[in-house]
Write a protein that binds this ligand. Structure first.
Ligand code: UD1
Length: 430
């Protein structure tokens, strides 16, 4: 099992290029099957979730040609079945986007129910409510969601909770439905907008993405397109917090600063300097961080996917901070790992009270999920001594070349596969 080994203590300094947004790419790849023409998708991140999604799509008959590391041509004219294999859905929940895309195009989809997830219960009732409102019959058979309709008809749908997945999935299913669909209380995340822009570039008629009401006028067919995915705001934010926690100076390049506003606002409260450019942000942390409070919210609020990263920074800040997680109920497991590095916190329900310490010390920790895993790497980079992070397969789901990008900023981090490699690293760093 691969691990990261880290010798902490170096401020991270330099420039880093951000990859395409994983969560936008997952929606866009699914949406790409809705045309029989060939589409070109650029700025695809080369991360595990995307590669598994492409395998799932190949498995149902989509022809995928990866023309470069970050671009793929896709043709879905010869899709052989509408039934997605459980092997894929258990690895990436977001393969549920194939329900909306297949149902929208073929009026039929069969996709296994996504399994449990380690950040809390993640129901998909709102996705199903939307499909039903469009006229689909939705049943659960042998562990799979089977959705089918003679015709899909536009409808007025109100989402009880703001959900990124439900917004994107229903939007896809409604794209080729007859008539007009209105979705209210939509998620406004940049990747919702990106998937809508992608569908519109194929001839869809979607208005209002980025606001809480999306209006869709169904079209009969979608056509070829060439599309470049937006930069990943969570990867960008992770590097911004790496600068903050290590008292570094990082120019985070290839980003849309507007998408980073909630993260930037918190970094300013922590006492960092943040300079915005057209498509870059520079974060400089020259002194000990201030404490602050933060509550995760749907966009444009502070993202839940950036909660562990700020948690690590606050563990090193002066004073006591309160972090409230309002999206997922089980997203503080990393606090137990951080405690092994000397952090002081108390978790009560969806709140963590963190009392900053002067320093963290290296320890062996385990990544509980994707973002918490990245946050523990940041903790290791800020800590004194050597940290080993287990279960980095979670981190590889969503961060392209995480170790290499960090090395280019001066981090002493290596991917290792054995105790022997760990010893070699320790000998080399002395
Ligand atoms: C997406 C992101 C994930 C991020 C999350 C919140 C992708 C692939 N993943 O996940 O990284 O952490 O948004 O920004 O884009 N809910 C229901 N019923 C539903 C659907 C959701 O009750 O049918 C609830 C969830 O339990 C949660 C809240 O709605 O409390 C938000 O979840 P949602 O926005 O749907 O998250 P995902 O789309 O799964």
């Amino acid at each position: 099992m691969e691990q990261y080994i880290i010798k902490g203590g170096n401020p991270l300094v330099g420039e880093v290029d951000i990859s395409g947004a994983k969560n936008a790419a997952l929606g866009i790849l699914a949406a790409a099957i809705m045309t029989d023409d060939t589409v070109l998708i650029e700025n695809l991140p080369d991360v595990r979730d995307i590669n598994v999604m492409l395998e799932a799509m190949t498995d149902i008959g989509v022809k995928v040609e990866r023309i470069t590391r970050h671009a793929a041509l896709m043709n879905s004219s010869a899709i052989g079945g509408v039934s997605v294999d459980y092997e894929f859905i258990k690895k990436i929940r977001a393969s549920y986007y194939l329900i909306g895309a297949l149902l929208g195009k073929y009026k039929r989809a069969e996709v296994p129910l996504p399994g449990g997830c380690n950040i809390g219960s993640r129901p998909i009732d709102l996705h199903l409510k939307g499909f039903k409102a469009l006229g689909a019959k939705v049943t659960i058979r042998n562990g799979s969601i089977c959705a089918e309709a003679e015709t899909l008809r536009g409808s007025h749908i109100y989402l009880d909770t703001v959900s990124v997945g439900a917004t994107i999935n229903i939007m896809m299913a409604a794209t080729m439905a007859e008539g007009r669909t209105i979705i209210e209380n939509c998620a406004r995340e940049p990747h919702v907008v990106d998937v809508a822009n992608f569908l519109n570039s194929m001839g869809a008629n979607i208005k209002g993405a980025g606001t809480d009401v999306i209006r869709i006028r169904g079209v009969e067919r979608l056509h070829a397109t060439e599309y470049s995915i937006i930069p990943d705001q969570i990867e960008a934010g992770t590097f911004m917090f790496a600068a903050a926690a290590t008292k570094g100076d990082i120019m985070v390049k290839n980003v849309i600063p507007k998408h980073l506003e909630a993260t930037t606002a918190k970094l300013l409260e922590l006492g960092c300097e943040v300079e915005e450019f057209d498509n870059a942000v520079r974060v400089v942390a020259s002194r000990r961080l201030n404490c602050t409070n933060v509550k995760t919210l749907p966009y444009p609020g502070y993202p839940t996917d950036m909660q562990p990263q700020i948690g690590v920074a606050l563990a090193l800040a002066s004073g006591t901070s309160i972090v409230t997680e309002s999206i997922f109920e089980n997203r503080f497991k990393y606090m137990d790992e951080l405690a092994r590095m000397g952090a002081v916190s108390k978790v009560e329900g969806n709140t963590a009270i963190i009392t900053g310490v002067d320093r963290l010390t290296g320890a062996r920790v385990s990544a509980p999920d994707l973002r918490a895993g990245a946050a523990l790497v940041i903790a290791g980079l800020a800590a004194e001594g050597v940290t080993v992070v287990d279960d980095i397969v979670y981190i590889q789901r969503g961060y392209e070349c995480f170790d290499e990008k960090l090395q280019s900023l001066g981090a002493e981090i290596e991917k290792i596969n054995s105790e022997k490699e760990a010893q070699k690293f320790k000998l080399r760093i002395g």
